[in-house]
Design a protein around this ligand. Structure first.
Ligand SMILES: C[S@@+](CC[C@H](N)C(=O)[O-])C[C@H]1O[C@@H](n2cnc3c(N)ncnc32)[C@H](O)[C@@H]1O
Length: 255
């Protein structure tokens, strides 16, 4: 059934289903003249929203979110926290996650063991150096580590979310990394022909589109590396297993 909504981001589908569950529950209570505690009504809303999400084919974690959303709302209202606190939390999360509801690529960071594995995949030292881009550069950890470890490279990051961008910009400025830059913007506006190594740690969602972009723009002999996420029907030429907490894998395509 989710194919019906395929073009709509799952977060919007979840919101619509939550609204429908609340409307149906409140309407049924009113029509039948039932009375119950707000928490019990919220629990019913949650169960209905979770059932709708299951039928709509949303991922499992949405079922849990849908189930708990209305009860959590009622409980939080009962605590009586100042409304400004919720606004502040919302603004903070918005600045960190920005367009995640649309891109379906949230912020999570690669481990220092991934950085070390990446260092081994950089081109050999040569007179004219090399260029590296991190598409969705998060807090700039990959860039600053590599910039220090291999100062013969030129490093660029592109990051869409304002707070991670600002954090990495500051990190680069304060660390005085002269061979490293970060740009606030979309990875889709990045010209990949400028780079010898393109690195991405995103999510399964953009991988097919990114693969087409890489194939169209990257120069022969350059290297595309994806952490964790494969491209369907296009097996990598090499993989590197990383012994970190998430057992990350680096997938490597030579263009
Ligand atoms: C999983 S994090 C990876 C962070 C970093 N590369 C690392 O390895 O630690 C993915 C990042 O990509 C960013 N992102 C998602 N879609 C993007 C887009 N279209 N353009 C630029 N950045 C994007 C997110 O905001 C997030 O910070």
């Amino acid at each position: 059934m989710y194919t019906v909504f395929k073009k709509i981001p799952p977060s919007i589908v979840a919101l619509l289903l939550q609204f429908s569950a609340v409307a149906i529950t409140l309407f049924s209570f009113r029509a039948a003249g039932w009375h119950s505690s707000p928490l019990a009504v919220a629990l019913l809303c949650g169960m209905l929203a979770a059932a709708f999400s299951y039928v709509a084919g949303l991922a499992k974690w949405w079922w849990v979110i849908q189930l708990l959303f209305a009860p959590a709302l009622v409980l939080m209202l009962a605590v009586g926290l100042p409304p400004g606190l919720f606004l502040a939390a919302f603004l903070l999360l918005m600045l960190v996650y920005w367009s995640t509801f649309r891109t379906q690529v949230p912020l999570y960071l690669s481990s220092d063991k991934v950085w070390q594995a990446l260092e081994k995949l950089l081109p050999a030292v040569r007179a004219d150096g090399f260029s590296f881009v991190d598409l969705g550069s998060g807090l700039g950890g990959v860039l600053t580590y590599l910039a220090a470890a291999r100062p013969d490279g030129r490093y660029m990051g592109v990051e869409a979310a304002p707070l991670p961008f600002f954090w990495s910009w500051l990190r680069i400025r304060l660390g005085a990394y002269r061979n490293c830059r970060v740009r606030w913007g979309s990875l889709w506006d990045c010209n990949l022909s400028e780079y010898d190594v393109v690195f991405a740690y995103l999510s399964p969602v953009p991988m097919e589109q990114l693969w087409h972009k890489a194939r169209a723009e990257m120069r022969p002999g350059t290297r595309f590396i994806s952490s964790t996420f494969l491209v369907l029907d296009h097996p990598p030429q090499a993989t590197v297993e990383v012994d970190d907490l998430h057992h990350s894998t680096l997938y490597i395509w030579q263009m």
